[in-house]
Design a protein around this ligand. Structure first.
Ligand code: ATP
Length: 233
């Protein structure tokens, strides 16, 4: 699908105890740009992201990042190698201030200008630097989580539902920042807003009951009647 992909996932089978959640899941992502993972609740999208970052260990299959097999690599080393992950929930430290959250994110990156760049990207955060993250709005919390993830200087950003719980007026702002980001790095996005996901991503992978059942360019999928069937409960 992509020449020299930054991420290549092959044949992943991941279990929760004895219950299998991923069945031979496969996905690739380009060095710059975005791909989307779409599917109904429980399809396995979060499980796939967690298997890519290493929070879950697949029983079978392979994850290759930046031409290196990272299937057995611990999460903290994957982060150092250039993968960042913004989980769906609990992505910020509620009791810490915005500034403290960003400082934690910058630990693996000595470049002090990073926080300034995050504030430039999300000016709303600049106005709230001393405020506790737990008191931020849903959208500001997502901005903080994304900004913090960027501070590790990732080549690949995994985003789980970046617009969930975000007021509709702020969704567009986040979407535009993500689009800008895809010019420089690779983004894998799990997103319930299908149209938004297809706008940000050039390609999408559709999951159903732990399997990738469709893939293609966003334009191809939009026009495929089978596509909406998989996304309709
Ligand atoms: P959602 O949009 O609801 O987050 P998803 O596509 O991300 O859905 P997953 O969260 O990856 O789906 O769940 C895939 C399957 O694994 C589901 O059947 C779910 O019930 C199961 N599952 C998820 N987390 C666990 C867990 N901690 N223990 C056991 N089963 C789990």
């Amino acid at each position: 699908m992509f020449d020299d992909p930054i991420l290549e996932v092959e044949g992943l089978c991941t279990y929760y105890g004895t219950s299998q959640a991923l069945f031979d899941a496969a996905l690739t992502a380009p060095r710059t740009g975005a791909v989307a993972i779409l599917g109904l609740n429980g399809a396995g999208k979060t499980t796939l992201l967690k298997s890519i970052i290493g929070e879950l260990r697949p029983a079978r299959g392979r994850v290759t990042f930046d031409r290196t097999d990272v299937t057995g690599t611990p999460t903290h080393r994957r982060i150092r190698q250039g993968i960042a992950y913004v989980p769906q929930e609990h992505a910020v430290f509620g009791k810490l201030s915005v500034r403290e959250n960003l400082l934690v994110g910058g630990i693996t990156n000595r470049d002090k200008s990073g926080i300034d760049q995050v504030v430039e990207m999300f000016p709303k955060l600049g106005e709230r630097m001393s405020q506790r993250a737990g008191t931020l709005s849903g959208g500001e919390r997502k901005m903080l989580a994304i900004g913090r993830a960027l501070l590790s200087g990732p080549k690949l950003l995994l985003l789980d539902e970046p617009t969930e719980g975000v007021w509709v007026g702020v969704i567009e702002e986040i979407a535009e920042r993500l689009e800008e980001m895809t010019k420089r790095i690779s983004v894998v996005i799990v997103e319930q807003h299908v149209e938004l996901a297809l706008r940000i991503a050039s390609h999408a992978f559709v999951m159903d009951r732990g399997q990738v059942v469709m893939q293609g360019t966003s334009d191809q999928l939009r026009d495929d009647p089978q596509f909406m069937r998989y996304l309709t409960p």
